[in-house]
Design a protein around this ligand. Structure first.
Ligand code: SF4
Ligand code: SF4
Length: 458
């Protein structure tokens, strides 16, 4: 697909799916969040429903609602182009009732387009998770271990759809990223900055750090991970949160699997709250964390299902951050077991059992405000206004692999001058892969096995 003459097709009204895939690959579009699946890989003529996922389930992250309020026109135009190309019959804009400005902007855009409709989602966690959002918006359950296209759905988040718009209409590749800087900073903010900037530099846009012993968290408090200041902003970054080292969230992230297991052996009372609130269990997927905890803590392996079913955990973290009153860590232990199975070549069960959606699911959803209170984030839950002007960087270090799939390969040399938007690494041929583009004007100063550095020197 790389090498297709994009300029001949990009502005035509009608594209084939292959042409649109070529555009999305050429311009480096990956899911702007999560694992960052290359977006062209989602396109298929099987898509009946296209969902714009604007539901930010993670506390404190405020990127998509603000981007949609600002860029509804371009985003909806991009979705319509995708829908027309793949033959999807409907576009659903999935958001939460509290996103007033985004709703106003969308309503103004869709007033004469019956093909596009708003779906209001619950203000609960993890509504925003792809599988949960699909159920809330369409009533369809993605089968366990499967992908949305199995139920005729494709989901793009707001920034990804905006990147599709920029590629189609402006011929602009993905070279910058929107992200929220929040927590222990003077001025929580949502910024647009060049990909490849360091975490520490990104945090500086939130003003002074207001705690003596800060820890940086990339992503949300529920699913994010601790990062160092020298680590890099990528196409999938969506937030950097600054928290004190002794904060509840940081202590949970720093937990140790051996100690987690000893604590579980001593105090898991099999109350099954972790299962009763588990979002995937409630949708009928075969995951029951209390069963896993019983099998793992007793070492009884007569029934292997609780171990194999770890493949169907989404790692949402609700069980260990909210549900368990004993402060145990089912999610972390499940992850440790799942990783062990993968390393030992144990395959995911092929035909997992699926139950009907739990009848009392609706009453077991965890309101966002209760989650925020439980994990001690109320004092950080403030607006993080979006600043649209791109932040400046003197140096960026761009990773050759920023998402699921094969890494890109370098096509520049040291000392070469490049301009923002220029391709500096090409996608791996014949693989799920994306190119990398310069995010600032400058000179190539370093090329490593996994990265390319650009410095803004004259
Ligand atoms: S909620 Fe905690 S104590 Fe209860 S079964 Fe789950 S892990 Fe055990
Ligand atoms: S992390 Fe816990 S609550 Fe979330 S899907 Fe996995 S087992 Fe269920």
């Amino acid at each position: 697909m790389a090498g297709t003459d994009i300029t001949m097709t990009i502005n035509q009204q009608n594209m084939t799916i292959e042409e649109l895939k070529a555009v999305m690959q050429e311009y480096g579009i990956a899911g702007a969040g999560g694992a960052g699946f290359p977006s062209y890989g989602k396109l298929s003529e099987k898509i009946e429903t296209l969902i714009l996922n604007c539901a930010e389930c993670e506390p404190l992250i405020k990127v998509h609602r603000q981007m949609l309020a600002l860029h509804a026109k371009g985003i909806i135009a991009a979705l319509r182009r995708v829908a027309e190309t793949v033959g999807a019959s409907e576009i659903l804009i999935a958001l939460k009732p509290s996103y007033k400005e985004a709703i106003e902007a969308v309503e103004a855009e869709i007033i004469h387009t019956p093909q596009v409709a708003i779906r209001y989602l619950k203000e609960a966690y993890p509504v925003g998770d792809e599988v949960v959002t699909i159920y809330e918006a369409t009533g369809k359950v993605v089968p366990p271990g499967s992908i949305p296209i199995e139920v005729g759905v494709a989901v793009f988040n707001v920034e990804t759809a905006y990147n599709i718009y920029l590629a189609i209409e402006k011929k602009q590749p993905v070279s910058y990223k929107y992200l929220t800087i929040a927590g222990e900073v003077e001025n929580p903010v949502t910024v647009k900055l060049p990909i490849g900037m360091s975490v520490k530099e990104a945090v500086s846009f939130g003003g002074n750090i207001t705690t003596k012993d800060p820890v940086f968290l990339a992503g949300g408090p529920m699913t994010g991970s601790i990062v160092k200041g020298h680590e890099l902003i990528t196409k999938t970054s969506n937030a950097i949160l600054v928290l004190p080292s002794d904060h509840y969230v940081i202590r949970k992230k720093n937990s140790n699997a051996v100690i987690d297991m000893q604590r579980a052996m001593a105090s898991c009372c099999q109350c099954r709250m972790c299962t009763d609130l588990c979002p995937r269990y409630l949708l009928g997927h075969p995951i029951e964390p209390h069963e896993f905890m019983r099998s793992a803590t007793t070492g009884v392996t007569k029934n292997l299902s609780p171990f194999l079913d770890t493949y169907f955990c989404s790692s949402c973290g609700l069980c260990e951050m909210f549900s368990c009153m004993q402060n145990l860590s089912p999610r972390s232990l499940i992850n440790a077991y799942k990783n062990g199975l993968i390393q030992n070549g144990v395959k995911k069960p092929e035909h997992p059992e699926q139950s009907p959606v739990n009848l009392i699911r609706e009453y077991r959803m965890v309101p966002e405000e209760r989650l925020i209170a439980r994990i001690d984030l109320e004092k950080y839950d403030s607006p993080a206004p979006l600043k649209e002007e791109t932040k400046h960087a003197d140096t960026v270090k761009l990773l050759l692999k920023q998402h699921i799939g094969a890494p890109a390969s370098c096509v520049v040399t040291i000392g070469q001058r490049v301009t923002s938007g220029e391709m500096i690494a090409k996608a791996a041929p014949g693989a799920l892969s994306l190119p990398v583009h310069a995010s600032i004007d400058g000179v190539i100063t370093e090329i490593g096995e996994t990265f390319i550095t650009i410095s803004n020197i004259s």
